[in-house]
Design a binder for this molecule. Structure first.
Ligand code: ADP
Ligand code: MG
Length: 619
């Protein structure tokens, strides 16, 4: 015989606890959200032993009256939702009235709270959800909740806790997300008695990042803003040169809640295409503001997943904001650290979870919207459009004896065969004045601009210039007929790919003719390419076609153009005419280019301060 029992509220709480309270980190999240809802502008998070022996959250928010304090731990006790009409416009973090009931059901709680303006505070002691004691006490305004011995009465759940180290890491992650989610709230995080970070709560997320991840990290962030009719995006993205080997430093917040979003991740990463090393990921801290009706936050009880009603609008806004930030980056100036955060942070060298290992890389998700304005945007803003740039180094001779089209008479002339004299470039409206010092090792160009020493990688720089030009060429890429056609033999798979991509290759300046038995004769190649490089370039392109067979046409084209640009660029080690060096230096000094198509920086900059430090003139 079966009996249907109505679960006692107590058991129901313990079941709910499984959903709301997975691990110590979720307790932190729920309690901090309550403090935020209570209007606190200062919150302290303390944990011991990965949170399993103790979690304490202290806030200076509204506090609770003795009556509210008595019922706050009952299931469905909430002050935030009165009827079903409120459900559509939830602006507080919590609203289900579940968290305190769920947490208290599986722990020992000591809460002290004092309502703003009240004479006295009240202390409530609970064990496994039952109130043991309630008494008046003296305490500051606000609320302190101490949660001890999490899951002490549910041994099965306690067994599921991971090692203390990984629970600590999860707690720290949560504290970081809470802190970054609200730059206007000062958050203090103390782990096993030692201070991990203390954000100033000055409203600027850069100050928060500075306090949490340290100065070096914050200095490499670029401000990122944008909006369209549906969403606004603000925050920071990393300079392409400061990208990292994993996605651990990508933070997205939607209406001030931390969210996970493969969509936003893809939008940011797509903006870094062509300016970031392969296998690297940008860091970011981005705040998406969107009307409450345009996003569904109720997808999951722990609310880190959201559903955007108009994904494409959100994607585009983030993509364009990030792209604009990268393009605006002023390579030649060193961004200043936020000054007020500097006073507070002692945690420069103790970034919150730098020591905690590398999280597994999430699967890549790359929505590619057909006709996405992303692509046309890129071509519209490429450097070539700003001014006709005389970068027509013709690639006819393998010796690097290149000719320059489009040089005006005002350009400096080479001073004979000997090393060029240092020359100062006359200022023009576009190119700030700079002094060419010379070239070293036939590889690096040295330039002085104001109080900066700029060292330019001539190959990377030229490669970028050619790549940008090829990308923006509206017609097919110009090709050159080879004096001596080159025959290449491939495997069958490659031969098929070459045939499938025939049109693309023709478009890019190649002329191929099948020759039977998986062989091809190459009759023409892009005009820029050095003849001596044809075979190597071709092999690289075949490999790319294999590696990128699943990506769309546009991406395949970009990849091939990178190879063409690389093979067309002057090489490190080659002797280069000083006038060519000037053109390259100009492109860097005028900020037209910053990264080679593979994402390596084209130049490094030393300020006077950098050098003075190096020589210990200053500390
Ligand atoms: P919810 O946040 O969904 O309302 P909770 O169980 O998290 O449910 O909290 C229950 C109620 O307790 C809240 O609605 C609020 O009135 C009160 N409360 C909880 N934490 C605090 C706090 N730190 N300061 C003031 N009030 C609080
Ligand atoms: Mg809550």
């Amino acid at each position: 015989m079966t009996n249907i029992n109505i679960l006692s509220p107590h058991v129901a709480d313990m079941i709910a606890a499984g959903e709301v309270v997975e691990r110590p980190a979720s307790v932190i999240k729920e309690l901090v959200e309550n403090s935020i809802d209570a209007g606190a502008d200062s919150i302290t998070i303390e944990i011991k032993n990965g949170g399993s022996s103790m979690i304490r959250i202290t806030d200076n928010g509204s506090g609770m009256s003795p009556e509210d304090a008595g019922i706050a731990f009952m299931r469905h006790a909430t002050s935030k939702l009165h009827d079903e009409y409120g459900l559509d416009s939830i602006s507080t973090m919590g609203f289900r009235g579940e968290a305190l009931a769920a947490i208290s059901a599986v722990s020992r709680i000591d809460m002290v709270t004092r309502e703003q303006g009240a004479e006295q505070g009240i202390r409530v002691i609970l064990e496994a959800g039952d109130i043991q004691n309630m008494e008046e006490c003296g305490c500051p305004y606000g609320t302190t909740i101490t949660v001890r011995d999490l899951f002490y009465n549910t041994p099965a759940r306690r067994k599921f806790l991971k090692t203390e180290r990984s629970e600590t890491t999860a707690c720290t992650q949560t504290a970081v997300r809470c802190a970054l989610s609200r730059p206007d709230i000062s958050i203090h995080y103390i782990k096993d008695g030692s201070e991990e970070f203390f954000t100033p709560g000055d409203g600027d997320s850069l100050s928060g990042m500075y306090a949490i991840f340290g100065r070096d990290f914050a200095n490499k962030m670029l401000s990122c803003n944008g909006s369209n009719d549906k969403v606004s995006v603000k925050g920071y993205v990393s300079s392409p040169a400061a990208c990292r080997g994993n996605r651990a430093y990508q933070y997205f917040f939607c209406n001030n809640r931390y969210i996970r979003s493969p969509l936003l991740q893809a939008a940011v990463e797509q903006a870094y295409e062509n300016s970031m090393l392969v296998g690297h990921y940008p860091a970011c801290c981005l705040y998406i503001d969107i009307g409450y009706g345009a996003v569904d936050v109720n997808v999951h009880p722990t609310k880190t997943e959201v559903k955007f009603m108009e994904e494409k609008k959100v994607f585009d806004a983030v993509y364009h904001a990030a792209l604009a930030a990268i393009q605006k980056e002023n390579l030649l100036s060193t961004p200043a650290a936020p000054t007020d955060a500097a006073k507070i942070s002692e945690s420069d060298s103790v970034p919150a979870f730098r020591s905690s290992g590398t999280p597994a890389r999430p699967e890549t998700f790359r929505p590619r919207y057909e006709d996405s304005p992303a692509r046309s945007y890129r071509s519209n803003t490429a450097p070539r459009d700003e001014a006709p740039v005389p970068f027509a180094f013709s690639g006819g001779s393998a010796a690097g004896q290149t000719s320059l089209d489009g040089f005006g008479d005002a350009r400096p002339q080479p001073s004979g065969a000997s090393d060029p004299e240092p020359q100062t470039k006359k200022s023009s409206s576009e190119v700030p004045p700079f002094r060419m010092i010379g070239e070293v090792m036939n590889t690096y160009i040295l330039v002085q601009q104001d109080e900066k020493l700029i060292i330019i990688d001539k190959h990377a720089c030229h490669e970028r210039i050619i790549f940008d030009r090829l990308l923006t060429e509206d017609r097919s890429v110009m090709s050159q007929i080879l004096m001596v056609p080159v025959t290449v033999k491939t495997d069958e798979e490659t031969a098929t790919l070459l045939e499938e991509n025939g049109e693309l290759l023709t478009d890019l300046g190649f002329e191929l003719e099948p020759y039977g038995d998986n062989s091809h004769i190459i009759r023409a190649v892009p005009a820029d390419m050095y003849e001596s490089d044809v075979t190597a370039a071709f092999e690289e392109i075949c490999q790319q076609l294999k590696d990128h067979r699943t990506v769309d046409l546009e991406a395949r084209k970009t990849n091939i153009l990178k190879t063409v640009a690389c093979k067309a660029a002057i090489k490190a080690g080659w002797k280069t005419d000083v006038r060519e060096l000037f053109v390259l230096a100009e492109a860097v000094v005028s900020q037209k280019i910053k990264y080679c198509p593979h994402g390596r920086p084209v130049a490094v900059v030393y300020t006077r301060e950098d050098l003075d430090k190096e020589f210990k003139r200053i500390v």
